[in-house]
Design a protein around this ligand. Sequence first.
Ligand code: IPM
Ligand code: MG
Length: 378
Amino acid sequence: MDKLQMAKEHFAQIVEEQLKRVERMKQDEGPVDYQALDKLIIGCCGGDGIGPAITAQAERVLKAVLKDEVASGKIDFRDIEGLTIENRIVVNKAIPDDVLAELKACHVILKGPTTTPSKGDGPNIESANVAMRRELDLFANVRPVSVPELGIDWTFFRENTEGEYVLGSRGIHIDEDISFDFRVITTQGVKRIAKAAFDFARNNGKKRVAIITKANILKKTDGKFLELCYEVAKDYPEIQVDDWFVDIISANLINEKVRSGFEVFVLPNLYGDIITDEAAQIQGGVGTAGSANIGNRYSMFEAIHGSAPRMVETGRAQYANPASMIKAAELLLRHIGHVDKADRVLAALKVANSTVKMTGRSDGATGAEFADCVIRNL
Ligand code: IPM
Ligand code: MG
């Protein structure tokens, strides 16, 4: 086929799919009230590499803190097997159909890291994370970073279903010389993430929201993001809003003179990915951070780091630090309305972080010993 024709057809198909997605967003009926459910189902999905080891420890903590709710039948745990890179390669899908069906039968999901092959190292399978965020429409990726001794208390609202990510596996090689990837931003997509960020600020006594874009360069997509965030901000007159380009904000996060003035950030998907790793590093590393992926029907809680296959290859999975997954469990508890239990997990996690020596090797404690300490201190 003629190159131009092929490119046109490819782009037309993407536009058609995105128009359908916009229609689905318009029909969305808003958040499910977890408190009103007879039974809340929590799915635990180990993932790849060190994922199963650290997820199992976080699950132990959750079951300990929720034992009364489990006993009374208000909460049910389900283990979801099969979201492994081996299975995904066999069926050549980011999430095997049976696993997706099991995930959809839950309300909230605790998920370990999953391996994503990058181009060149194996089959070109989409990231299971990205696919899950899209399939379950988990539009808000909420990432808190807190370093009290530096006056840092940040919460990032990373848009989770648009940007470069959602079309990341839909790029096109026109010929051996030219390749394109695509990026999409929609009115509905921006408004819902902006509203989530401003609602959080309002409900948590935060006074300032910073919008992050590169709207001077990406005028259409980031331009829309910026404009609509300001529009949503009008409903929150008590909150101070400003906007920053992503390059200077990455400098500001390590500028001790200004960084503690920031509170809430709202930003498109890819910038959110990059900036939250930087922020997590200031807190002590990506291994210390948890991430909440929130949609109206489903929500999923995970670590922000990868699956560390090398630790498994060298027989060290049991020494992997489950702190990030326990942090994710804390965010899960907060989201389902058990704020007091979330506070207890957070306090116990602090004790474990400062008393249990984790080295990732046999000269340090195991993940199970770390979780034992958290459970003892609940
Ligand atoms: C994250 C991770 C994922 C992402 C990867 C694993 C696909 O880096 O949650 O930040 O890029 O979103
Ligand atoms: Mg990331």
